[in-house]
Design a protein around this ligand. Structure first.
Ligand code: BV8
Length: 227
């Protein structure tokens, strides 16, 4: 059985990382377009660096949770029949044991040089304009996909969706495209669809299970492993 799993901020919420839209969410006080768009970076790079430097620091203080760890067990069991794509820029899937994770919106612990186009693993701040380790230019930006930018590896994602038998969305509000359209690609491919979320988002899923990810995801994975 070929399975595609899409995750969003909700899977990392119980690790202590705020989501975007929940009450005290990341967008609280920030208009997303003010901190997550190339125009914003052009207008006020200090504000944008402060936003991502703070998230990179917070990421250093949290650990993966039972939902991340359960998906790593599912990868062990399904091997290449599992395609895990995340909107999250945190590295909790990898720290939870998943080896193949596609970050369609980029990574917080990576810096991208806008002069030599190289990407570098990065755990420190970028606000103080450190030089690019490759070319020395002070032109590093967070390696994240901002609004209006093309998500990474969409061809590979679309191929996985067209070939899957089951599509599962975990902890995502389904408000940001193209990720929000994946369920429709899967339905178009004749696949089953399942949503695991704190509360249903009203999307076109055949099955919805409400509740915290750290309960619903391990329970669902145990069912697949027991088949
Ligand atoms: C693009 C990186 C062209 C940075 C992010 C069509 C219609 C309308 C608009 C558009 C459209 N197509 C494009 C657009 C424009 C735009 C868009 O979608 N705008 C929205 C606002 C309407 N999209 C773009 O600009 C995209 N680019 O389209 O390029 C293109 C497209 C395809 C092919 C070629 C070219 C780029 C979008 C990427 C922007 N970057 N992140 C950063 O992280 O700072 S988006 C960012 O917001 C996240 O990555 C994520 O994608 C989104 C947040 O959503 P979620 O992860 O779902 O989080 P949220 O807080 O909303 O929800 C959390 C959910 O979890 C809730 O449902 C909650 O109930 C649940 N939950 C909470 N706790 C728990 C839980 N569930 C379980 N357990 C818990 N404990």
């Amino acid at each position: 059985m070929k399975v595609v799993v899409l995750t969003g901020a909700g899977i990392s919420a119980e690790s202590g990382l705020p989501t975007f839209r929940d009450a005290d969410g990341l967008w609280e006080g920030h208009d997303p377009m003010q901190v997550a768009s190339p125009e914003a970076f052009e207008d006020d790079p200090d504000l944008v660096h402060r936003f991502y430097d703070a998230r990179r620091t917070a990421l250093g203080r949290v650990q993966p949770n039972a939902a991340h760890q359960a998906l790593a067990r599912l990868e062990e069991h399904l091997g290449g029949d599992l395609y895990l794509v995340t909107q999250n820029i945190d590295d909790l899937h990898e720290r939870g044991g998943s080896r193949r994770v596609h970050h369609m919106h980029g990574r917080l612990r990576a810096a991208w040089c806008t002069v030599c186009d190289e990407r570098h693993h990065w755990e420190d701040d970028l606000g103080d304009r450190p030089p690019c380790p490759g070319c020395g230019a002070e032109a590093l930006r967070p390696d994240v996909v901002w609004f209006g930018e093309v998500p990474y590896g969409m061809d590979e994602v679309q191929r996985a969706l067209f070939e899957c038998d089951l599509f599962v969305a975990i902890g995502t509000s389904g408000l940001v495209y193209p990720a929000a359209a994946f369920v429709h690609y899967a339905i178009g491919a004749g696949a089953g669809t399942l949503e695991l979320n704190l509360e249903g988002t009203g999307g076109d899923f055949a099955q919805v299970r409400e509740g915290p990810a750290t309960e619903n995801v391990p329970a669902w994975v145990e069912e697949i492993l027991a088949r």
